[in-house]
Design a protein around this ligand. Structure first.
Ligand code: BEZ
Length: 187
């Protein structure tokens, strides 16, 4: 993605950095993030990175998975892994905070929250019958780490079976995304 972006916008600088540790001698007018911060478990460190990157008055605008995001998927993964005596919670790669939790984190770090919303955004997947399987293979790898190819395939099939009543209708999988959207200003 970054290589493609760099080709498309050659006048801009692109870098791949760790959100919990990135530091720049420059101060920026704005920091924007979409669908990335729920992969960063150390949310406090990521918010500190954002705060340090902003100039006074600079804006932070972000959307990430909020509390309850993909809950039906996680429930199905949890049940399917439990059948193999594996704890999904111990492998869960995601951080889905509540609105109050994330707004509190921003405020404690010195950012003033000017907008915050927490809303459902059910999202249909492409791929028909295989839509959820593809989604799990793309995003859920951490849950299935260490399983052999055959075991993985069987567990994935169980996840799909368990999630079907909640998420599959008339040939389309619809994932239960819940978004947290915030805008905050550095004082
Ligand atoms: C999302 O909410 O955008 C998301 C959550 C987990 C995996 C992939 C995407």
């Amino acid at each position: 993605m970054v290589e493609q972006a760099a080709r498309k916008y050659p006048s801009l600088d692109f870098a791949v950095e760790d959100a919990t540790a990135f530091r720049s001698p420059r101060e920026f007018d704005a920091v924007f993030s979409n669908a990335a911060l729920h992969w960063v478990k150390d949310a406090g460190a990521a918010v500190e990175t954002v705060r340090l990157a902003l100039r006074p008055g600079g804006r932070f605008v972000a959307e990430l998975g909020g509390r309850g995001n993909v809950a039906a998927v996680v429930a199905a993964v949890t049940e399917a892994l439990a059948e193999k005596d594996i704890s999904a919670a111990e492998r869960d790669p995601w951080y889905f905070p509540s609105l109050a939790e994330y707004a509190g984190l921003l405020e404690r770090s010195g950012l003033r929250v000017v907008h915050a919303g927490h809303f459902d955004r059910p999202t249909p997947l492409e791929g028909g019958e295989d839509g959820l399987l593809h989604w799990l293979e793309t995003f859920g790898g951490e849950f299935f780490r260490g399983l052999s190819g055959e075991e993985r395939r069987l567990v994935l099939d169980r996840v799909v079976e368990k999630a079907r009543p909640a998420l599959y209708r008339e040939g389309v999988w619809t994932v239960d995304y819940v978004r947290l959207r915030v805008a905050a200003v550095k004082g």
